[in-house]
Write a protein that binds this ligand. Structure first.
Ligand code: NBP
Length: 480
């Protein structure tokens, strides 16, 4: 046994993480893949990594020093279960199995429970940043036991991205907390991407800017409070010219967005937790709508009755769109962090929201300057109920409000779909409103289903005899 860490699953993510691990002082990395050809290729292409390659799972396990630590990077679901079973049958109490794939957090909770019963530490670790992040430094969100993190922490810190001198990894919480937070990260990523796409659409359709001009606008935005990896790459995409046609590439890419499912998980989970992640949900639905090709073909017959957005000052218009984007982005993140807070409460995790925002500053897809502001907000008040209540964000939204309303209203009049911009603004107005029409909904529920209601002026639970004489009765009469 010579290797202090092993990697199982050597497709793009696993092989890059294995190379990243091998490049760090003090690591000797064992590698194993179900199909040996992948292992052989990795060994051949990267002799400098001095991997310990095994053809069988028995040899792989034998090559690990104790306590054994193995990182699984295989397809989520059945593949992960298969590998876990193979390792668990050979591992001993105190050994550590890390699942770095995109597992559903409830699977991670289940697996951790089963393995910890045998004394094996099971750590679900969300890993973000795609193949380049895996090689050069991802953002890592590990869950699992505090004890396992003592061994694992330094190893993960050595391969993680560095943001402002700090490694982008923290022990998020126990069992499935890491995968939960990774899931929400991906949900926020969906919203952030959709918001940028909507900003592009408004600039293109209403502002009549070309993709290259919008690339320049985004490059400019990237020097300010919107600075982020997603804005940066969107500018790159919009600049790209298709070699086959000479058109902007964005004009020849089919406008049907795909997804792998973590956005859907985020929304499903948020529905269960009762947390309104409307920006994320709209982003997921916008991808679904884009793929409804048969229904969209009917658009030829759907009337628009739209009015022209008369833009007299283009500079002011661009600034309005920028502000609307920033305000909507604040809402998307506020909703995402709400979901993490609610998940932590539901599953008994202690999650430091400020620490989470910090480990997203490097390596991952949503990395942005803006995350420092979120960290500051939680440093000022760890129990902040909504990011929107933090002074910095309240002021940022307040500065953007007039622009936000203008952009959403004009988009509606011009017939430009802005589901994420619009729902974010409605969410904000919902939080802000002193009274909501939920009172009407409660009345309806009481009318048709005797679901009862509370009054704002006195304690108790009430029901109106709607089909009788319409007097109000105490629905839960006191026993005294
Ligand atoms: P894939 O998700 O494409 O999975 C391929 C790997 O899974 C191969 O090593 C394959 O072995 C192995 N595998 C399968 Br499929 N079924 C197996 C089974 N029953 N037993 C053992 N091994 C099995 O690889 P990836 O794109 O490198 O991603 C790995 C994990 O990382 C996934 O969970 C993914 O969601 C996650 N992730 C990916 C990214 C990304 O940007 N790609 C980012 C973050 C996280 P074989 O060679 O024998 O077929």
């Amino acid at each position: 046994a010579v290797a202090n860490i092993g990697v199982v699953g050597l497709a793009v993510m696993g092989s890059n993480l294995a190379r990243n691990l091998a490049s760090r002082e003090g690591n000797r990395v064992a590698v194993y893949n179900r199909t040996f050809a992948r292992t052989a290729l990795l060994l051949e292409e990267h002799p400098e990594a001095k991997f310990v390659g095994s053809e069988s799972i028995d040899d792989f396990v034998a090559s690990l020093t104790t306590p054994r630590t193995a990182l699984i990077m295989v397809q989520a679901g059945a593949g992960t279960d298969a590998v876990i079973n193979e390792l668990a049958a050979r591992f001993e109490p105190g050994d550590i199995i890390v699942d770095g794939g995109n597992a559903l957090f409830t699977d991670t909770i289940r697996r951790e429970k089963a393995l910890s019963a045998n004394g094996i530490h099971f750590v679900g670790a969300g890993i973000s940043g795609g193949e380049e992040g895996a090689l050069k430094g991802p953002s890592i969100m590990p869950g699992g036991s505090v004890e396992s993190y003592k061994t694992l922490g330094p190893i993960l810190a050595s391969i993680a991205a560095i943001a402002e001198g700090e490694p982008c990894v923290t022990h998020v919480g126990t069992d499935g907390a890491g995968h939960f937070v990774k899931m929400i990260h991906n949900g926020i990523e969906y919203a952030d991407m959709q918001l940028i796409a909507e900003a592009y659409d408004i600039l293109r359709q209403a502002g009549r800017f070309s993709p290259a001009e919008i690339a320049d606008i985004f490059t400019q935005w990237n020097t300010g409070e919107l600075e982020s990896y997603l804005i940066e790459i969107t500018a790159e995409i919009l600049k790209q010219v298709d070699a086959k046609t000479g058109k902007p590439l964005v004009d020849v890419i089919l406008d049907e967005a795909g997804s792998k499912g973590t956005g859907v998980w985020t929304v499903q989970t948020a529905l269960d937790l009762g947390v309104p992640v409307s920006g994320i949900a709209e982003a997921v639905f916008a991808r679904s709508l884009s793929s409804q090709t048969a229904q969209r073909a009917g658009s030829h017959t759907l009337p628009a009755d739209a009015t022209l957005w008369n833009i007299t000052d283009k500079e002011a218009f661009v600034e309005d769109v920028r502000r609307a984007l920033y305000a909507s982005k604040i809402v998307a993140y506020a909703q995402g962090f709400d979901a993490i807070r609610a998940g932590a409460k539901q599953y008994n995790w202690t999650i430091d929201l400020g620490a989470v925002s910090k480990i997203w500053r490097g390596g991952c897809i949503i990395r942005a300057q803006f995350l420092n502001r979120i960290a500051d907000a939680y440093a000022t008040d760890a129990n902040l109920l909504s990011l929107l209540h933090d002074t910095y964000f309240t002021e940022a939204v307040s500065r953007s409000l007039a622009s936000w309303r203008t952009v959403v209203a004009h988009s509606a009049l011009a017939g430009i779909p802005v589901p994420a911009f619009g729902s974010s603004l409605s969410y904000y107005d919902g939080l802000r409103a002193p009274r909501l029409p939920a009172a009407v909904v409660q009345g309806q529920r009481d009318f048709f289903g005797a679901h009862t209601y509370k009054r704002s002026d006195m304690p108790g639970i009430f029901h109106t005899l709607w089909s009788g004489d319409r007097t109000e009765i105490d629905a839960v009469p006191s026993t005294h």
